[in-house]
Design a protein around this ligand. Structure first.
Ligand code: NAD
Length: 423
C-alpha cells in the first residue's frame, strides 16, 4: 500500500522541479514505532495488542494524524496514512507535519472498560514521542471523541500537567472545538461547492451516492442534503439503500441510532434495515448513475477491478486512499474526475488545528467562527488546486500533490540543502 501511495509522489515530479534531497526525505518515514499494549480483559485474562505510531515528516511543524482501531491495521497501512497526512497538512497550509497511529483490534469485540484500558495503554506506550509540540493524535476509523478524552486524561496523568492540546477531537467539555465532529464532512462539502461553481452545476439537480455512513459520511450527507444536493444512496459495512427520489438523511441516521446497542459505543444498526428504501449492495452503490460518488469508508474501494463500472461524473474522496493508482488511470481515461482525499477530507485536520490553537491560547471560538474560518481555508486551497490542474492540464490529484509538495519542498529546502552548503 505504501509503495502505491508513493507512486502519487512520483507523478508530481513530471510537473515541478524538486531537489533530489527533498525526494529522498519524502520517500521514507522519519520514525516508525511498534509497541505491545497489554490490556487486562474483563474476564481477568491479559491480552497483548499491537500498536503503531508513524511520524512521517515534521519539517513544517509537529506531526499530526489520527489513531485507527481496526483488525486490518498494520505498519504498511499506518505508514501510508502518515504519508497522506503529511501531504494533506501541506495542501491545507497548516503548520503541521504528518503522522498516523493505530491498533490492530476489532473494537466491537471489546467492552467499554476494555476499550478505555486499551486507549490509556496506547498513550502509555507512545507518551515519549507524543506531545503538543511533537506529535498530536486525533480520531480516525473506530475511534471517537470519548476515546480522545481518555487519551488526553492519561497523558495529563503521565506528564503531571494539563495538556489538552496534545490531542484533538476531544469532547467539547474537555477542550474540544465547536464544529470538529462535522468538520470533515463540512470541509468536503465546501470543496464540492467550489467545484460545482466552476462547473456551473445547479445544486438542486446534482445527485449523490455516498459509501460510508460514519462520522465523515453522515455529516457530509446531512449537510449536502441541507444545501440542496440530492442524496440518492448511502451505505455502511452491512449494505446500502437507494431511492431515486432521494433519501431523508436525518431519518436514516435516527434509525441507525435507534438500532444501536446501548452498551456499545459503536453502532450495530445498519442503514439497510430501513424499510422505505430499496436495499442494494455496496457494489451496486459504487456503480450507480449519479453525478457525484462520495467515498467515505475505507481505502482501496475503487480498484482496477471495478473502476470501469463507475458511472458517476465525479468522485469525491472523503476516505483516505479509496481509489487506487491503477483505478485512477482507468477513471482518467474515462473522463471521470476525482477530487482527491488530500484536499477533500482536510476539513477534519483543519478544525483539529483550530482546536490546538484554542487549547494553546485558552480562548474558545463560537461555532459560526469555526465554520467561517474552515470555509475560508477550504475555498482558498480548493481553488488553488483547481487552478493548478488547469494550468498543468493534469488531474486534480496531481494538482493537489503539486500544491502540497511545493510547500513541503520549500520548507525542506530552507532548512538547507546541498547547494546551500557547497556555496
Ligand atoms: P467511521 O468509523 O465513523 O465510519 C466508517 C463508515 O464506513 C461506517 O459507516 C462503516 O460502516 C462504513 N464502512 C466500512 N466498510 C465499508 C464498506 N466496505 N462499504 C461501505 N461502508 C463501509 O469513520 P470516519 O471517521 O467516518 O472515517 C471514514 C474515512 O474517512 C476513513 O478513511 C478516514 O480515514 C477518513 N477520514 C476521516 C476523518 C474524520 O475526521 N472522521 C478525517 C479525514 C479522513
Amino acid at each position: 500500500m505504501f509503495e502505491l501511495a508513493k507512486q502519487r509522489l512520483a507523478s508530481v515530479f513530471k510537473y515541478i522541479e524538486v531537489d533530489e534531497e527533498v525526494i529522498s526525505r519524502l520517500s521514507v518515514a522519519k520514525r516508525a514505532i511498534i509497541a505491545s499494549i497489554p490490556v487486562r480483559m474483563d474476564n481477568g485474562e491479559l491480552k497483548i495488542f499491537t500498536g503503531y505510531r508513524v511520524q512521517y515528516d515534521d519539517t513544517r511543524g509537529p506531526t499530526k494524524g489520527g489513531i485507527r482501531y481496526h483488525p486490518r491495521v498494520n505498519l504498511d497501512e499506518v505508514t501510508s496514512l502518515s504519508f497522506w497526512m503529511t501531504v494533506k497538512c501541506a495542501v491545507a497550509g497548516l503548520p503541521f507535519g504528518g503522522a498516523k497511529g493505530g491498533v490492530t483490534v476489532n473494537p466491537k469485540e471489546l467492552s467499554k472498560l476494555e476499550l478505555e484500558r486499551l486507549s490509556r495503554g496506547y498513550i502509555r506506550a507512545f507518551a515519549d514521542v507524543l506531545g503538543e509540540a511533537r506529535d498530536i493524535p486525533a480520531p480516525d476509523v473506530y475511534t471517537n471523541s470519548t476515546i480522545m478524552g481518555w487519551m488526553a486524561d492519561e497523558y495529563s496523568t503521565i506528564s503531571r500537567r494539563q495538556v489538552p492540546e496534545m490531542i484533538t477531537g476531544k469532547p467539547l467539555h474537555l477542550g474540544g472545538s465547536q464544529g470538529r465532529e462535522s468538520a470533515t464532512g463540512q470541509g468536503a462539502l465546501y470543496t464540492l461547492e467550489e467545484y460545482a461553481k466552476r462547473h456551473q452545476w445547479n445544486i438542486s439537480q446534482v445527485t449523490i451516492a455516498i459509501q460510508g455512513f460514519g462520522n465523515a459520511g453522515y455529516h457530509f450527507a446531512r449537510l449536502a442534503s441541507r444545501m440542496g444536493f440530492r442524496v440518492l444512496a448511502v451505505s455502511d459495512s452491512k449494505g446500502a439503500i437507494y431511492s431515486s427520489s432521494g433519501l431523508n438523511v436525518e431519518d436514516v441516521y435516527r434509525f441507525k441510532q435507534e438500532e444501536k446497542k446501548l452498551a456499545s459505543v459503536y453502532c450495530d444498526g445498519s442503514v439497510c434495515n430501513m424499510l422505505d428504501y430499496e436495499e442494494i449492495s455496496n457494489e451496486d452503490l459504487l456503480a450507480l448513475k449519479v453525478d457525484v460518488l462520495v467515498l467515505g469508508a475505507l481505502e482501496n474501494q475503487v480498484t482496477q477491478l471495478n473502476a470501469d463500472k463507475v458511472q458517476a461524473v465525479t468522485i469525491l474522496e472523503i476516505a483516505n486512499g479509496p481509489v487506487t493508482p491503477q483505478a485512477d488511470e482507468i477513471l482518467e481515461a474515462r473522463g471521470i474526475q476525482v477530487i482527491p482525499d488530500v484536499l477533500a477530507n482536510s476539513g477534519g485536520v483543519v478544525v483539529s488545528y483550530f482546536e490546538w490553537v484554542q487549547n494553546k491560547s485558552g480562548f474558545y471560538w463560537e461555532a459560526p467562527e469555526v465554520r467561517e474560518k474552515l470555509h475560508n481555508i477550504m475555498r482558498r486551497e480548493s481553488n488553488v488546486v483547481f487552478d493548478l490542474a488547469n494550468h498543468h492540464q493534469c488531474t486534480l490529484r496531481t494538482a493537489a500533490y503539486i500544491h502540497g509538495i511545493e510547500r513541503l519542498a520549500g520548507a525542506i529546502d530552507q532548512r538547507g540543502n546541498k547547494k546551500y552548503f557547497s556555496t
